[in-house]
Design a binder for this molecule. Structure first.
Ligand code: AMP
Ligand code: ZN
Length: 486
């Protein structure tokens, strides 16, 4: 079964049979969040998509090493090393140390991943924890002649690299097209070529995040961190590299150039890219003002939201579209997903009590085969879900006495739903509010939070909300006060 998986590879722009470099083992690197701010739902879509890939590869029998980094230094506002350092700017705004910013938003990221039931990666390396590796790689690129220094800053020489390599291989664009898309250098630019990018950036004395290097004090560029960390944990060549589509043109293109220039081989065999979550057709992003936060989604507190939605309804909403299609956010779509998710869970709850009668023909195997075929074909979750809903209709019919099920079929359908719904799609039952003691306790906490809000002590009310979120409990603020979801 494992051998049947096929994946769309951005490099070849086709769906290819997937064969790992080492039998039964898969190495996968996914670009993680830049932890200078709360992550928004668009970011969550990308990470949830790779969670599905991770889960399905495990189901298919592979031993997977999944590396997803934390970008906690070196990301400037412009992807081409322009503008302010995102961490420094945020630290100034919040009057915190940059590493306090990193800590705060990494914690939020982890809480949200847990709320969405995303499995933790096998390794979660940070850029600040790998400064030495990034300096070593930069040194090697200088030694090999692929980079040059200007007053303490090191640039990668794209035009030189392009003479022997195809720099635009991932985005399928030639050098002239790429040059046309970048601005002319001005007299103030240090770099020699328009497409050149920084491997190491000289720090001004007041810059808080800086490290000593052979070229003076500075900090790494954004692209070198992923090259250095993927190489360290997965080797010069590995199986899958992923991220959002917006990373193709610059970040991933530069990663390939750095690794190829250092090692003479392209780092990943398969490049997977998720499409964007949009709101009314506009890409969700913090700068567009439509990047609502998972918390706002759970509580319904964003102006675009008619009400709050539970984490599993949102996860289900995201899985209903294929990761390579855009996914447009709307209240209607989320409400439909909420209903679909509830229908699925209700059917699963019925399985144990289904009556078994006689030895009727098995149709469950064909359903299992269809679900596997959908996932084998580039992780097609919407098709897998449509087959699971055939199973939901079947379960409901058995429950109503319109269909019969044998004892072995019942075991098989239970396994099918547990494998696909819980293990592969990563959904879980959101328990109803039924436990009196727990409910009483929650009411006390909600009252304390309401008190804190009334006192305008938003730090305390947010802390309580975030601590509950870390336990997987989400708070919804409504007109008649707050409610919770376990
Ligand atoms: P960042 O924290 O900005 O580095 O982004 C983390 C990940 O989220 C990257 O892989 C981005 O490509 C991805 N991403 C950013 N915006 C969206 C969006 N609207 N929809 C889906 N993925 C996104
Ligand atoms: Zn990256």
């Amino acid at each position: 079964m494992a051998k049947a998986i096929r994946i769309y590879n951005t490099l070849s722009r086709t769906i290819e049979p997937f064969t790992p470099l080492h039998e039964n083992r898969v190495g996968m690197y996914v670009c993680g969040p830049t932890v200078y701010n709360y992550l928004h739902l668009g970011n969550c879509r990308t990470f949830s998509s790779f969670d599905i890939v991770f889960r399905y590869l495990i189901y298919a029998g592979y031993q997977v090493r999944y590396v997803r980094n934390i970008t906690d230094a070196g990301h400037l506002e412009g992807d081409r090393d322009e503008g302010d350092d995102k961490f420094a700017k945020r630290a100034k705004l919040e009057k915190l140390e940059p590493m306090e910013i990193v800590q705060k938003y990494t914690q939020y990221f982890h809480d949200v991943m847990q709320a969405f039931n995303c499995l933790p990666p096998s390794i979660e390396p940070t850029a600040t924890g790998h400064i030495i590796e990034q300096i070593e790689m930069t040194k090697l690129l200088l030694e090999k002649g692929w980079a040059y220094e200007v007053d303490g800053t090191i640039y990668f020489d794209v035009e030189k690299y392009s003479k022997e390599n195809s720099y635009g291989i991932l985005s399928n664009r030639n050098l002239n097209d790429l040059l046309d898309g970048t601005r002319e250098l001005s007299g103030q630019d240090e770099k020699q070529g328009r497409l050149d990018f920084a491997l190491w950036i000289k720090a001004k004395p007041e810059h808080l995040m800086q490290w000593p290097s052979p070229w003076g004090n500075g900090f790494p560029g954004w692209h070198i961190e992923c090259s250095a960390m993927s190489q360290k944990y997965l080797g010069n060549e590995f199986d899958i590299h992923g991220g959002g589509m917006d990373l193709i043109a610059t970040h991933h293109t530069n990663e390939i150039a750095q690794n190829c220039a250092c090692n003479g081989v392209s780092p990943a065999r398969v490049w997977m890219h998720t499409n964007m979550l949009t709101v009314n057709g506009v890409r969700m992003s913090k700068s567009a003002g439509n990047g609502f936060l998972p918390n706002e989604l759970f509580s319904g507190s964003h102006p675009l939201l008619e009400k709050g939605y539970s984490p599993m309804s949102v996860r289900f909403f995201m899985l209903q579209s294929h990761y390579r299609s855009t996914l447009d956010f709307s209240n209607e779509a989320l409400q439909a997903a909420e209903k679909g998710y509830a229908r699925l869970m209700n059917a699963i709850k019925l399985i144990d009590n289904l009556k078994t009668e006689g030895d009727n023909a098995s149709y469950i195997q064909s359903l299992t085969d269809k679900c596997e075929a959908a996932m084998n074909e580039d992780f097609n979750t919407p098709i897998a879900i449509s087959h699971l809903f055939e199973g939901v209709t079947f379960i409901n019919n058995v429950n109503d006495g319109r269909e019969k099920i044998s004892a072995s079929d019942k075991i098989a359908i239970k396994k099918l739903f547990h494998d696909f719904v819980f293990d592969i799609l990563g959904l879980k039952m959101e328990s109803e509010q039924g436990n009196d003691k727990l409910d009483g306790l929650m009411q006390i906490l909600l009252a304390q939070r309401a008190d804190a809000k009334a006192r305008k002590d938003f730090a305390a009310s947010d802390l309580l909300r975030d601590q509950l979120l870390a336990l997987g409990i989400t708070i919804k603020d409504g007109k008649e006060g707050a409610t919770y979801n376990l």
